[in-house]
Design a protein around this ligand. Structure first.
Ligand SMILES: [Fe+2]
Length: 339
């Protein structure tokens, strides 16, 4: 056995060689948490022409998906992401274009911003895409896009890519489609409070892949005020009542004309997309003024207040809230919260 090292430099060297490190000398241990990240806004007015430019220079036939990522100016990691656990991207398809089938371990959703006439086929089920519709393409479902409308269609893509990257679970399979699973027709879920009693449906994600905007908007308009004073509905898996997908939790939020919400703070992260109306949101020390189709982030830990400034406003929100809840890490505060 080697002789025990005697002075501190010898001891440090011996620790390094044995893959040990003194915690008390770590620069990151026992430090206070960093301040919340600042919110980021992507104004539709500013990005729409830049989305059109993508259609000029790239074809889905060559690049699989014509997607622009929404990347804050100071991403945490080398790989780009919109929020701690979520990517948000913009995809555009021109009339006549298709995006061929593939599948992956990442959950994804599409929220239609502009245009109509496209169809996303999810495990063989055609899901028409109209403005404000939410389409789910859950983990390992085959999905492709076909656009037969008369004008370009643009939608928000959101995926749980950063979480998979962290957990080491990202995987991708290109088409052609093989091993298509059985699905249940959306019509079997079309009557409220009745669901099919079937062994085919998974409980890991909603067997309903399309949530039409007209129905969701009617539901949120009738919803009672939530704790912050907004009206909120959650997109759920009708078989479980839980989040529509395991790692992504979606909401439609309505602010009545002139409404201002109570201050709110949460450990969860969200990306918001303005579906209707105009307003402003105080997020930490910043105020974001928004209008239709603008997209902005709500990073965890910030004090948040939303206000409508032009009639009824509606925000689509995709979040990681359910992950925090299931891990016992969701902490939410309302009301008297210091900025
Ligand atoms: Fe995909």
């Amino acid at each position: 056995m080697a002789a025990a090292p005697r002075d501190i430099s010898e001891i440090r060297q011996a620790w390094r060689e044995a893959n040990l490190a003194p915690l008390w000398e770590s620069t990151s241990a026992h430090r206070p948490s960093p301040p919340p990240e600042t919110a980021q806004l992507w104004s539709w007015e500013k990005i729409r022409p830049l989305i059109a430019a993508a259609a000029d220079v790239a074809s889905p036939a060559a690049i699989e998906r014509r997607v622009l990522q929404l990347v804050p100016p100071h991403p945490r990691e080398e790989d780009q992401q919109t929020s701690r656990t979520l990517c948000a991207n913009i995809q555009i398809l021109l009339p006549g274009e298709t995006a061929r089938p593939h599948r992956h371990s990442m959950n994804a959703l599409r929220f239609v911003l502009e245009g109509s006439g496209a169809v996303t086929v999810v495990d063989g089920k055609p899901c028409p895409m109209e403005e404000g519709d939410l389409i789910l393409t859950p983990a390992w479902t085959w999905h492709e896009h076909v656009h037969q409308g008369a004008a370009p269609i643009v939608w928000l893509d959101s995926l749980d890519v950063p979480l998979h990257r962290y957990l080491g679970t990202g995987a991708f399979e290109p088409g052609p489609v093989a091993g298509m699973p059985e699905t249940v027709a959306d019509a079997a879920f079309a009557v409220a409070n009745v669901v099919p009693d079937t062994a085919y449906a998974t409980t890991a994600y909603s067997p309903v892949f399309r949530y039409p905007y007209a129905s969701t908007a009617a539901a949120v308009a009738a919803a009672p005020p939530a704790r912050d004073g907004s009206r909120r509905v959650r997109y759920v898996n009708p078989l479980t009542g839980g989040s529509a997908m395991e790692l992504m939790d979606c909401f439609l939020v309505q602010l009545d004309p002139g409404a201002t919400t109570l201050p709110f703070r949460t450990t969860a992260n969200s990306v918001c997309c303005v579906v209707e109306g105009t307003g402003e949101s105080q997020i930490g020390g910043d105020t974001i003024r928004w209008k239709k189709r603008d997209i902005f982030t709500l990073p965890q830990g910030n004090r948040i207040v939303h206000a409508s400034t032009g009639g009824t406003a509606r925000l689509f929100q995709v979040s990681d809230r359910d992950i925090y809840a299931r891990l016992g890490l969701l902490r939410e505060e309302y009301g008297n919260i210091a900025a």
